[in-house]
Design a protein around this ligand. Sequence first.
Ligand SMILES: [Zn+2]
Length: 118
Amino acid sequence: MGKKKILEQVSDMAEQIGGLYEQLGDLKNRLGSLLEENHRLTSENRHLRNRLDAETNEDGSTDDEEQVTDKTRDIPGEGYDNLARLYEEGFHICNVHFGSPREDEDCLFCLLFLNKTK
Ligand SMILES: [Zn+2]
């Protein structure tokens, strides 16, 4: 293989890597906003369920109330587990560094976020 050919291939690869890196940044941003939205919806959901609970209590009905509390326990728990797993696997889950490797150091923002979500 001639030197020129190798140089061409190297610059091709560099271009491809640049493109992939851009895509990765894009995905990270989208994942970040999805997570934010999920967080917001979870809070809103919890808030609405609490209100529903309060109203159901006023009516004195107990059957519906039990179903509602079961669901409230399920939904945030699952999201929390996923985030906790991601953190355990060594990635940031905080808004500041979301998706980047932690390099075996605990991150205060991540820990705060985990505590908030729990
Ligand atoms: Zn972090």
